[in-house]
Write a protein that binds this ligand. Structure first.
Ligand SMILES: NC(=O)C1=CN([C@@H]2O[C@H](COP(=O)(O)OP(=O)(O)OC[C@H]3O[C@@H](n4cnc5c(N)ncnc54)[C@H](OP(=O)(O)O)[C@@H]3O)[C@@H](O)[C@H]2O)[C@@H](O)CC1
Ligand SMILES: Nc1ncnc2c1ncn2[C@@H]1O[C@H](COP(=O)(O)OP(=O)(O)O)[C@@H](O)[C@H]1O
Ligand SMILES: [K+]
Length: 496
């Protein structure tokens, strides 16, 4: 799903209104009715609701939602934060309808109103600002939102949590409505996925309001939100008459004394995602551990007891996955250099492999095109250097990917896969993944797809999606707190 900017969304609104021959009010009504359906599903039964509405079109949505909830028997009160002297045209229509056709108590607030005694119902719907916010919130709006954030209530934002900027970064220390749910129209917005205010969004639900698809398809966007539909576009099924040789042979190189769990997780995750064969190049001390923990994998001992060392292979791996538990000793540098030079196919480098790369930029010259690097945010910083703000980081990642022709999988709460100026934002996963070893599992999953003839970009996008989805699968019946990397691996079967 393409991620569009506010100005593209405004254009898509206009185009849709003209070509579907509907009024802007009818489009607003369509959006609001769809939002009401989501609210009903979230609340399960009618509960008292406070609607905070602005005086623009986001406010218009809020007033329409208030109207329809009232018709459904919800107890509704409306607070209009009138930050402009006039209502927008459609907002005014909905304001008048509310006055004419319902008993709802509507209070108007302006700069001069006393908001100290404000109280909220157990559900607060925020429709103060949407994609139109372009400067700091008026002071009285800030105060109301701050109060709403402190209220004992379930908070639902319509389109965008008020206070969150979209055309630029939200200034630090801004007040933003802290939503439990954000019901956003047509597509998610880029700033939802940046860490600065990411916690303010709660669960994001995208509402298709039927904006013209052909128009949207023609719009340029550097950002894709990777959902199931996107994955279905390239996911492969296995043929009945196939054998393990058709699904590749992965070499995993890594681990050292005391850190053998890393490669063990990588190898297991690769096998559970369908790779034909896995061989692990291990320090001698890890051979028995691996043979016990992953009996399906073959193991080759290094010449060194405690670390991986360069080794002549008597087979040709389809792809190599290297770096987890590798360490950064002289021998580790030698091993990474050896395997990068040996590899003619894209290689996946993770963890210590990335730290070695950061300090030995000459190694990039030998990296096969479209190799995959999977840094977490600390490793990313070492690779691309410190960034200013999040937009600067995006620019730096794109530049880095272009400079070395590599795929950068920037791991975070929302993982961004960057290649060729395009950014693929993953939609799956949860905070349970913030646990040791989950990155090792991810490296195995991506490498496995690479061996199964997905392109390096597809392997990265698919691997990240499946890894997150497996974690989501686990947390449908377990707490995020108890998720381990092994749980992710155990859930791969059902997820796939
Ligand atoms: N047909 C459609 O288009 C549909 C639209 N839909 C809904 O409309 C929402 C977008 O509506 P919107 O464009 O009116 O923007 P909104 O966020 O309500 O702001 C209103 C105005 O406030 C102003 N302003 C900005 N910052 C300010 C500030 N700090 N302090 C004071 N004023 C400030 C700024 O105007 P300006 O002053 O810059 O001229 C801005 O235009 C969208 O999110 C969705 O909910 C859906 O119903 C689907 C159909
Ligand atoms: N809060 C979070 N929400 C979703 N995914 C997360 C979160 N925190 C971490 N992750 C994911 O967990 C993985 C952690 O990787 P990494 O830090 O390399 O772990 P390790 O080195 O312990 O294996 C990444 O895929 C990252 O995107
Ligand atoms: K809003």
């Amino acid at each position: 799903m393409k991620i569009l900017t506010p100005s593209q969304l405004h254009k898509a609104d206009q185009y849709t209104i003209e070509h579907q021959k509907i009024s802007s009010w009818e489009l607003m009504e369509r959006a609001s009715l769809a939002a009401v359906e989501k609210i009903k599903a979230i609340l399960k039964a009618p509960k008292p609701v406070t609607v905070l509405a602005g005086s623009g079109n986001n406010g218009g949505d809020g007033l329409a939602i208030a109207f329809h909830l009232d018709q459904l028997g919800y107890e509704v009160e409306v607070l209009v934060l009138k930050y402009t002297t006039e209502y927008s045209k459609d907002c005014k229509i909905n304001f008048d309808r509310l006055q004419a056709k319902t008993e709802i108590k509507v209070e108007e607030f302006t700069e001069d109103s006393n908001i100290e005694s404000l109280n909220f119902k157990p559900v607060i719907i925020d429709a103060v600002f949407g994609i139109g916010l372009n400067r700091a919130l008026p002071e009285f709006v800030e105060k109301v939102i701050k109060k709403a954030n402190h209220a004992q209530a379930l908070r639902i934002a319509i389109d965008v949590p008020s206070g969150l900027f979209l055309s630029k970064l939200t200034p630090p220390q801004s007040i933003v409505f802290e939503a439990d749910y954000t019901l956003t129209f047509q597509c998610p917005k880029l700033n939802f996925f940046l860490p600065d205010y990411g916690n303010a969004l709660g669960k994001i639900q995208v509402i298709d309001i039927g904006l013209d698809k052909s128009f949207i398809n023609k719009l340029d966007s550097d950002f894709e939100f990777v959902n199931k539909k996107y994955i279905d576009g390239f996911y492969k099924v296995r043929h009945r008459f196939s054998h393990k040789g058709d699904y590749g042979h992965l070499l995993v190189a890594g681990g050292q004394y005391g850190i053998m769990g890393s490669v063990s997780l990588t190898a297991k995750a690769a096998l559970k995602s369908g790779v034909g064969k896995v061989t692990v190049l291990s320090p001698q001390c890890g051979v028995e551990i691996l043979q016990h923990s992953v009996p399906e994998a073959m193991v080759i001992p290094s010449d060194d007891i405690e670390q991986v060392s360069p080794k002549h292979l008597n087979f040709k791996p389809s792809n190599i996955c290297i770096g987890m538990g590798l360490g950064q000793s002289k021998l580790a540098v030698k091993s990474l250099t050896y395997f990068i030079r040996l590899s003619k196919q894209p290689i996946l480098i993770d963890a210590d492999g990335l730290n070695i790369l950061s300090k030995n930029k000459n190694l990039f010259e030998d990296l096969p095109d479209q190799s995959i690097l999977t840094p977490h945010q600390g490793e990313l910083k070492r690779l691309i250097g410190e960034w200013g703000d999040q937009y600067d980081k995006l620019d730096k990642m794109k530049k880095f990917s272009r400079q070395y022709n590599i795929i950068l999988v920037s791991k975070d709460a929302y993982t961004f896969t960057v290649y060729d100026d395009q950014v693929y934002i993953n939609s799956t996963g949860n905070s349970g993944l913030a646990t040791a070893g989950s990155g090792d599992a991810l490296a195995g999953i991506i490498s496995s797809f690479l061996c199964q003839n997905y392109s390096p970009l597809e392997s990265s996008i698919l691997g990240v999606y499946i890894h997150g989805k497996a974690a989501d699968f686990y947390t449908t019946s377990n707490s995020e707190l108890s998720l381990t990397a092994s749980d992710v691996i155990n859930c791969l079967g059902k997820t796939l």
